[in-house]
Write a protein that binds this ligand. Structure first.
Ligand SMILES: O=C(O)CCC(=O)C(=O)O
Ligand SMILES: [Fe+2]
Length: 267
């Protein structure tokens, strides 16, 4: 087992790291069992087959989903990388349908950088304002589609032309994480999934973090998240408050500072 420090060295170098076995099979089975009911509640009648990704999942299933977004190991790592201001931007529960081998036709899903990123202008490491903790809910295989990444592309002005975005890349690395592993990515690293041809749904969570003082895509204003926030206030759990965008001690003063390196201030 690598230490979090070792993962951080790897993350700065490559733009991602894999945290092994963060979640166990019982937890994964529970999440997958909730998918059919979630999809019914988030999809307009008759359109169930169309929508395969679900957001604001914590509001829909707070007991089952809070452990995914507030996992201590992931948050410890996120704070190492992004500073203490770690907010849940969005939890997407994704289920990619299976394609035929003809449809997949040797293509990859599509190279991209993730939300809140920007195109790198040089080769410096810039700490991310957003990160994706991708948790696959089954072992990845060639049939259901491995994870692909171009290491170092978070600190390189690497361009992917439109015609090439579904082609394998000479510098790519291909990974087959196990169920419950978390692939923790810098928003600026170029990556892609691979089409699923397994005949089953390909499930994963994209637990997307950004900074507590930025906007968030998930709805954190519903009654269930309000209960989590009330519980966090009662316990003075500031980490959990920041996860849902609340940091009263910092907000009034954030337009002031940035005179010392960020990581020294984070301490
Ligand atoms: O399908 C995959 O393995 C990659 C998912 C991805 O790129 C994302 O969640 O941003
Ligand atoms: Fe992505």
């Amino acid at each position: 087992m690598k230490t979090l420090e070792e993962h951080y060295v790897e993350f700065k170098e490559n733009g991602f790291t894999i945290l092994p076995k963060v979640f166990d099979q019982a937890q994964i089975d529970e999440w997958i069992s909730l998918y059919p009911s979630l999809i019914k509640r988030q999809t307009s009648p008759g359109a169930e087959q169309e929508q395969r990704w679900l957001s604001s999942v914590v509001e829909y299933e707070p007991h089952a989903m809070l452990p995914a977004v507030a996992n201590e190991k992931i948050l410890d790592f996120a704070e190492m990388v992004m500073g203490p201001f770690v907010q849940l931007d969005n939890l997407t529960f994704m289920a990619f349908p299976s394609l035929s081998k003809e449809e997949a036709n040797g293509k990859i899903s599509g190279w991209h950088r993730d939300q809140w990123s920007s195109f790198p202008l040089g080769n410096d490491y810039i700490w991310p304002k957003a990160c994706n903790a991708i948790c696959y809910l089954q072992d990845l295989t060639d049939d259901n589609g491995p994870f692909r990444v171009i290491p170092g592309s978070h600190r390189s002005p690497l361009t992917i032309e439109e015609d090439d975005h579904q082609k394998k890349h000479p510098d790519e690395k291909v990974y087959y994480p196990s169920a419950g592993d978390v692939v923790y990515t810098h928003c600026g690293v170029v990556h892609s999934g691979t089409p699923n041809t397994s005949g089953k749904l390909r499930y994963f969570f994209s637990i997307y973090y950004n900074l507590s003082w930025l906007r968030h895509r998930d709805n954190h204003s519903g009654p269930n998240v309000a209960k989590i926030i009330a519980m966090a206030r009662e316990k003075n759990d500031r980490r959990l408050l920041r996860l849902f965008g609340i940091d009263e001690l910092v907000f009034p003063r954030s337009n002031w500072g940035f005179r010392q390196p960020d990581n020294e201030k984070w301490e």
